[in-house]
Ligand binder design. Sequence first.
Ligand code: GLP
Length: 243
Amino acid sequence: IREDPESVGEYIANYVCKRINDFNPSPERPFVLGLPTGSSPVPTYKALINLVKTGRLSFRNVITFNMDEYVGLPRDHPESYHSFMFRELFSHVDIPPENVNILDGNADDLVSECNDYERRIKQYGGVELFLAGIGEDGHIAFNEPGSSLTSRTRIKTLAYGTILANARFFNNDISAVPHMALTVGVQTVLDSREVVVVVTGQRKALAIAKAIEEGVNHLWTLSALQMHPWALIVVDEDATLEL
Ligand code: GLP
């Protein structure tokens, strides 16, 4: 537990930085990092950029896999997760563009796109550290309530609550929010060697209580991390209000 979103971001950025540096990645043995979108990871990304600018961290030998992407939103739309990631992180660090993997929500064959994503993750030896965020309904990536806990990368219809929550990024126009997304599955996240989750704000307090204090439950998919041997949830004070 840290005091506020900025302290959470600093803590996670330093943690990820140390993990990457201790791993000592090389072109032959890159560090495979899973990444989230949303407003919660923004302070973490700011702190990571600062670590790169001050010479304490490099993304040269880091391969990234993003968690999810909207279906049907043009790649250059400001709210696509492609645009978000380049705006908030990739354009400010030394990552080679070919090291970036983000699901293509405009692929002709969305099923093959998802299967191919799983194959690419395996090709790199799996994800070393999956950084994640959650929705108000406790979804991890876009694994909405009711998702199978053994799910893998696939097409997912968004819950109405998620569409409402994300309308703030689309000038509060609910009809502009895509209704479908491609997302890594709960099992894809569980397969990574380590998971670090960033959760800030009172809106997430119920999800945190459900996922930590109640049993493993497919209606709060974050709770699946109870089965992971190395999972860390970093919250601010506001997100602890229901604990
Ligand atoms: C979307 C993403 C999730 C993310 C969530 C959190 O739903 N698909 O991966 O965790 O947003 O958003 P925010 O941090 O803005 O609350």
